[in-house]
Design a protein around this ligand. Structure first.
Ligand code: ATP
Ligand code: BTN
Length: 246
């Protein structure tokens, strides 16, 4: 029940490729590449995607219920990645709301969810995952933030890349079907157990202004809950803000 799994040597972006071919693709079609010439992060940022030893993967998943049924999807995908990592023996990664997988305070993987179709009818999500297995040294300076890879987490002996890829594909295929049926509720407990922002002092960077608050988990839709200095509980949506640990 997987649509297709296609592997390219180099492509602009595995997510862009699925978007171009969306109309003719079966549900749960996967696209992977050895390298990307225009890897994308959130809000037009670049995902560094050199050839070699990383994973650049996207999957197309169709949904009937419209965008509202997809709240919490990027958090659920984070849980799916942690399950795949667990499968290959990596248990030291955690989740930074809304779309990062971190280990030892550095970014190990990123998740990009892009929606298309009807707001309250049939729609599709293209979910892109970049997971670092062995980064060239030069990338650390270019990233603009602390980044890490599975090699660093395993003392130089990362799990076999094909095994990691297979574990991620299987976990996404199974997890996305479960998300389709039960939504974020099926992932909430595991998300909370791996929530790196819980109880942390955070800097919330909102276009309307910046403030400091404490992480208080996420709500049933996957929105971040924080407590401000004056004691009020605020719900933060992922679209417009960035969160930093302060
Ligand atoms: P936000 O919290 O706003 O999402 P972010 O810094 O995580 O902030 P994203 O757009 O999610 O931003 O991710 C893109 C960022 O990820 C880049 O600006 C860069 O700092 C970092 N990055 C780029 N390539 C890699 C990579 N291969 N591995 C880890 N991090 C990377
Ligand atoms: C982020 O942290 O902002 C998300 C990064 C997502 C990167 C992956 S790599 C595979 C897929 N193709 C892309 O161009 N981006 C995603």
């Amino acid at each position: 029940h997987i649509g297709m799994v296609e592997v390219h040597w180099e492509i602009d972006s595995t997510s862009s490729e699925l978007a171009r071919r969306n109309p003719v693709l079966d549900d749960l079609s996967f696209c992977l590449a050895e390298a990307q010439s225009a890897g994308r992060g959130r809000r037009g940022r670049t995902w560094l995607s050199p050839p070699g030893m990383n994973l650049y993967l996207s999957v197309l998943k169709r949904f009937d219920g419209g965008f509202a049924s997809l709240s919490g999807l990027s958090l659920a995908v984070g849980v799916m990645i942690l399950r795949a990592l667990d499968e290959v023996g990596i248990r030291t990664a955690g989740l930074k709301w809304p779309n990062d997988v971190l280990a030892g305070n550095a970014k190990l993987a990123g998740i990009l969810v892009e929606l298309s179709g009807e707001y309250s009818g049939p729609c599709a999500a293209i979910i892109g995952v970049g997971l670092n297995i062995r980064l060239p040294d030069s990338l650390h300076e270019r990233a603009g933030q602390a980044i890490t890879d599975l090699a660093a987490l395993t003392g130089g002996q990362p799990p076999d890349r094909n095994r990691v890829a297979a574990a991620v594909v299987c976990s996404l295929a199974e997890g996305l079907r479960s998300f389709e049926r039960y939504g974020f509720a099926a992932f909430a407990r595991e998300y909370a157990a791996n929530d790196l922002l819980q109880g942390q002092s955070l800097r919330i960077i909102d276009p309307r202004g910046e403030y400091v608050a404490t992480g208080e988990g996420v709500d049933e839709r996957g929105a971040l809950r924080v407590r401000r200095g004056d004691g009020t509980l605020v719900t933060v949506d992922s679209a417009e803000v960035s969160v930093r640990r302060s």
